[in-house]
Design a protein around this ligand. Structure first.
Ligand SMILES: [Zn+2]
Length: 332
């Protein structure tokens, strides 16, 4: 066995190149033990990582992302509320056994994300942009959709296969699901950037559909999903820096919005009049919304930073801080 490094990964080489190519041929034909049944579609697909791997990678990486986003919200009541809205949908998902968690994080840019083991977060920026509990459940439902359809595992498997084939990397092709095990272990250390890799447009379509399904089964009105799509579509057209990360990981399109509207009138028409719980959302986010003027300044500041307009950025930060100190002296 030899060890070498490629693409920043240390790879242990167990087999000769010739043996490896044989494995690659099998892998591309979909005959490896890594071929598993998708929990959502019931169809066989090439997934080279296990559920345990998804959970481990989540545990290793999600805490880093949460601290990069300035930690979970100090407002514990709001955090508990987000957790409750998410947890309501879990029994209706395709993988209710996953260790889900739902939280708000302090970052002011507009984003929401999911790690493959079920750790899901929404930033203050996006929480401020939502109008109802149903829209929050649509957002969390969409993220649940990514976890349930195993989109990260799919992306990682594709990446692993590409790495293996293109790089000529030898991997341990053992029996009983251990195929690519070593490479999977190495990729587990790749870090958050790769894990929050872009979803494809197909992934987005599937996550939208699953999100709508889960929220409706949990008793929310589909109008909440359409509200979310309206909001995202508006932001997408505005093309602001505060949403660039959101749209680079979750591609937005007019089609996503139109599909939601047409599903509301067809498959989910029975759920149109179901509750949106707008007031309950407003009550639970009252503290956060008090900070909205400050947060808008911070978003502006980040936008100026991205354009390297540092004077403007500093002015916006100062304005934001002034408002924040006035509203919530203990906050800073
Ligand atoms: Zn998405």
């Amino acid at each position: 066995m030899t060890t070498f490094t490629t693409h920043g990964l240390t790879i242990q080489q167990f087999y000769s190149r010739r043996e490896f190519l044989k494995v690659s041929a099998l892998a591309s034909a979909g005959f490896l033990a890594g071929c598993s049944v998708n929990p959502v579609t019931g169809k066989k697909q090439m997934i080279l990582v296990s559920e345990d791997w998804e959970i481990q990678v989540d545990r290793q990486n999600s805490p880093h992302q949460f601290s990069t986003d300035y930690g979970t919200l100090q407002d514990e009541a709001l955090n508990r509320y987000i957790q409750r809205v998410g947890a309501l949908m879990v029994p209706h998902t395709h993988r209710p056994q996953m260790p889900y968690s739902f939280q708000g994080v302090n970052a002011t840019y507009i984003n929401a994300y999911a790690f493959p083991g079920g750790s899901i977060a929404a930033t203050r920026g996006i929480l401020l942009s939502l109008e109802s509990e149903a829209a929050l459940s649509a957002l969390l439902g969409h993220e649940l959709g990514h976890v349930n359809a195993r989109h990260t595992a799919q992306q990682m498997s594709k990446g692993m296969l590409t790495q293996a084939v293109v790089g000529g990397i030898s991997v341990y092709a053992g029996t009983k699901g251990e195929s690519y095990g070593q490479l999977a272990a190495q990729l587990g250390m790749l870090g958050t950037g790769a894990l929050l890799a872009s979803y494809s447009r197909d992934n987005e379509r599937e996550a939208d559909y699953l999100g709508m399904t889960y929220m409706v089964k949990s008793g929310y009105g589909t109008e909440g999903f359409v509200q979310l799509m309206d909001m995202l579509n508006g932001l997408h057209k505005g093309n602001a820096n505060a949403v660039s990360l959101l749209f680079s990981t979750h591609p937005m399109s007019q089609e996503r919005h139109d599909t939601a509207v047409s599903l509301q009138d067809s498959e989910f028409s029975h759920a149109r009049g179901m509750p949106l719980n707008r007031e309950r959302y407003m009550d639970n986010t009252a503290g956060l919304r008090k900070l909205k003027p400050a947060i808008l300044h911070f978003q502006q500041a980040e936008e100026s930073m991205a354009k390297e307009s540092y004077d403007k950025a500093e002015t916006s930060f100062q304005q934001g801080l002034k408002i924040a100190r006035r509203i919530m002296p203990a906050w800073l």
